[in-house]
Design a protein around this ligand. Structure first.
Ligand code: AMP
Ligand code: MN
Ligand code: MN
Ligand code: MN
Length: 276
């Protein structure tokens, strides 16, 4: 089994890198990529654990990137986290994320959520806060009943818990992943609420900027979505990746490594790029 998109406590996941590796091993995963949002801080720990548990670990990241006033997520696989220009990019991304979190906190406080920043910071155990951390805090404090409701009411554009951020642009994100020796993958293309026309434009640009692959199978993709993503991968000459986007047991609809299979004749990112 293969899972090339997962999160740990270093970003907004709920398992530590070691716990993630242990659960992956229990679930029968052989090839695992840890792809935390805008950070590689979990890779050393995951690497040590992976040797103990017989897993081949692909060092990864999920970079937040700008495309036409929207945010896209670009997964970098098989990156060298020590590459100097890559490290510069990550430090900037971390600063952007930390600054945005202060802004989200302030906006929520203004909307009546007391101690929004402090409570979220405590719950997260990191200052690299994401929207999921704020969402968890809001549910815990009783402002909404579940993730679905909390995102809709608070965490999307136009709502009090949303603040835009100036992420790196998509072309630069792809370049820096390549600079670090990695493969650039468009994460969960079906999850951006883009129309088919806009999604095609995004993929066309992604390919034009040098992007290599796209996730054809994601966490809870259904067969129809997989068919349509396979078609797009073929149309834009992108190889296919598979990743659950696992964050933890509190999103029970996404299981670590439990993924639908790819169509048999599709080019996979691991064969095209010799990932293992
Ligand atoms: P951020 O990168 O901080 O803007 O947050 C994006 C993260 O928020 C994603 O990786 C998910 O973990 C989470 N997320 C976004 N939309 C939803 C949703 N509707 N339900 C649950 N989690 C979501
Ligand atoms: Mn996340
Ligand atoms: Mn994402
Ligand atoms: Mn993700």
């Amino acid at each position: 089994m293969i899972d090339l998109h997962t999160h740990s406590t270093v970003s907004d996941g709920s398992y530590t890198p070691t716990e993630l590796v242990v659960h992956s091993s229990i679930n029968g995963i052989r090839h695992l990529a840890l792809t935390d949002h805008d950070t590689v801080d979990g890779l050393d720990e995951a690497n040590i654990a992976s040797k103990e548990h017989g897993i081949s670990l692909i060092p990864g990241i999920e970079l937040s990137a700008q495309w036409q006033n929207r945010t896209l997520h670009i997964v970098g696989l098989s990156i060298d986290p020590t590459d100097p220009s890559f490290q510069t990019t990550i430090s900037e991304a971390k600063r952007t994320r930390a600054d945005r979190a202060r802004l989200i906190g302030a906006r929520l406080e203004k909307a009546g959520v007391k101690y929004a920043y402090r409570l979220t910071r405590e719950l997260a155990g990191t200052d690299l806060l994401g929207r999921l951390h704020f969402a968890k805090m809001l549910v815990e404090q009783g402002y909404a009943k579940d993730f679905k409701q909390v995102f809709k009411r608070y965490m999307v554009r136009g709502k009090p818990g949303y603040a835009s951020a100036e992420w790196i642009d998509t072309e630069a994100a792809i370049k820096v992943i390549h600079q670090a020796g990695g493969v650039a993958v468009m994460a969960h293309p079906a999850r951006y609420s883009l129309s088919m026309g806009q999604l095609r434009k995004a993929l066309r640009d992604f390919k034009y900027f040098g992007g290599d692959a796209m996730e054809v199978v994601s966490g809870n993709s259904h067969p129809q979505e997989i068919a349509s993503m396979s078609r797009l991968a073929d149309d834009y000459s992108l190889s296919a990746s598979v990743g659950s986007d696992f964050h933890g047991p509190e999103k029970p609809w996404v299981k670590l490594g439990r993924l639908q299979t790819l169509p048999i004749n599709i080019s996979t990112v691991w064969t095209v790029h010799d990932l293992w």
